[in-house]
Design a protein around this ligand. Structure first.
Ligand code: AMP
Length: 117
């Protein structure tokens, strides 16, 4: 993929393709994963284009904190907090990242195994 090509998540942010959005504010967007790996599977993404955790800078501290607070709030809103859930940030090739736009997976609704595959 070239750097100038829009990612699927940028297209969702720009409303060029649909998504089942559960939360939005000026900094981030959260929506249902199209291929859920658990009964609840939400993606939380920043609106600015950061490819992965590899690119994070100190100046992103506030944004990253915000994403985690929003993640916690979404889990609470969806009623999965007390049973528990997993937050995953696949990073790069070995991390299994397929979309080069930073995203937090929220996986919930079943007991998840460890270690991951
Ligand atoms: P990752 O493999 O960590 O990069 O995660 C990318 C995730 O994006 C996968 O779980 C995909 O199922 C999900 N995904 C890809 N396209 C879409 C889409 N159009 N809407 C919602 N989720 C998507």
């Amino acid at each position: 993929m070239s750097d100038t090509q829009k990612t699927i998540f940028k297209k969702i942010i720009d409303r060029e393709i649909p998504a089942k959005i559960v939360y939005e504010d000026e900094l981030c967007l959260a929506f249902h994963d199209v291929s859920p790996q658990a009964p609840t599977h939400i993606l939380v993404i920043p609106k600015i284009e950061i490819r992965s955790l590899v690119e994070i800078k100190k100046s992103d501290k506030e944004l990253l904190g915000h994403l985690l607070v929003v993640t916690s709030e979404i889990a609470a809103k969806l009623g999965v907090s007390s049973a528990g859930y997993r937050v995953v940030v696949n990073t790069g090739q070995n991390g299994g990242q397929s979309v080069p736009h930073l995203h937090f997976h929220i996986l919930a609704g079943r007991a998840l195994t460890w270690p991951p595959g």
